[in-house]
Design a protein around this ligand. Structure first.
Ligand code: SF4
Length: 290
């Protein structure tokens, strides 16, 4: 196996075999993201990916699932990805799931038949970083897409029969746009209708443009209490059938539930925390890595 480090994967893929199909992120310009700054985006030759699958099979013949790294493997050419998916399904006939990250920019204009082919050849779920459904925040963080692009991309994914898991970045609007962040993200998610809504909390990392904005005072970070209020407003506005999860080390509150049924329970859990200013969940976080 050959990995070009660092390699990232969603927390839920911690038990998966990771196959690096692409290197880096083809966008690589979001102001808050430091994940792939040291890498120049490229698709790996299919022969190299197949060689990795072959060597992985010798070391780990029955992984439960496979995650195709890096940051946007959905951007691969359809024919190449089909070849990789076929190779994975042949090597590991017992796997339950194959997944990858997929940015809206690389899905919104994709032909529905191409995505259907990926589904037919064994891709199950796409993890999409929505970050925010507020167009002003998306513009400020240089995400390169609008809320409409997210809705179009989500529709393409759902039409193809793929599962969609979205990531929202709590606190991304800072104190100034925390309300717009919550309300417009909920409105966008309601139109996207994802299967999973996952929340991470913004950690402003040194070396990123957002860190410079923080240092200069242009960007003001939300406190734990403000993030809890933002999450409460988001959940209250959601009108979807989806699993809501905050399964990331960066989060203050472990709020999980199936929407719409668990909405009131989740809101009550946040209220309980908000009513107690000294609640441990609202203390500053100590995060050494993400
Ligand atoms: S947040 Fe996603 S799209 Fe933006 S630079 Fe990072 S990996 Fe690329």
């Amino acid at each position: 196996m050959r990995y070009e480090e660092p390699v990232f994967r969603p927390p839920v893929e911690s038990n998966s075999l990771i196959i690096q199909a692409t290197i880096g992120c083809p966008h690589n310009r979001c102001t808050f993201c430091a994940m792939y700054k040291m890498k120049k985006y490229r698709t790996r030759p299919v022969s190299d990916i197949k060689a990795d699958i072959d060597s992985a099979k010798r070391m780990w013949p029955d992984p439960p699932s496979v995650f195709l790294a890096d940051g946007n493997s959905i951007a691969m050419k359809t024919e190449e990805m089909v070849e990789v998916l076929d190779c994975i399904r042949e090597a590991f006939p017992g796997i339950r799931r194959v997944s990858c990250y997929g940015g809206a920019r690389f899905i919104r204009g994709r032909k529905p038949d191409d995505l259907k082919r990926l589904r037919e050849h064994g891709l199950d779920i796409v993890y999409m970083g929505l970050e925010s459904g507020d167009d002003e925040i998306l513009r400020r963080v240089n995400k390169g897409v609008t809320s409409k692009d997210y809705v179009r991309a989500a529709n393409n994914i759902k039409e193809a029969g793929l599962n969609l898991s979205t990531y929202l970045l709590a606190g991304l609007g800072g104190r100034e746009r925390t309300e717009e962040h919550a309300v417009n993200s909920a409105l966008t998610l309601n139109k996207m209708n994802p299967d999973y809504i996952r929340v991470r909390t913004l950690v402003v990392l040194p070396g990123t443009p957002l860190y410079e904005e923080l240092e200069s005072g242009e960007f003001e970070e939300c406190s734990g209490r403000e993030i809890a209020g933002e999450t409460r407003l988001l959940i209250s506005k959601l009108d979807v059938e989806a699993m809501f999860l905050s399964d990331h080390v960066s989060n203050y509150l472990p709020i999980h539930g199936k929407l719409p049924g668990s909405k009131e329970k989740m809101l009550a859990a946040i209220d309980e925390v908000l009513e107690h200013p000294d609640h441990p969940s609202l203390k500053p976080r100590v995060i050494t890595s993400l």
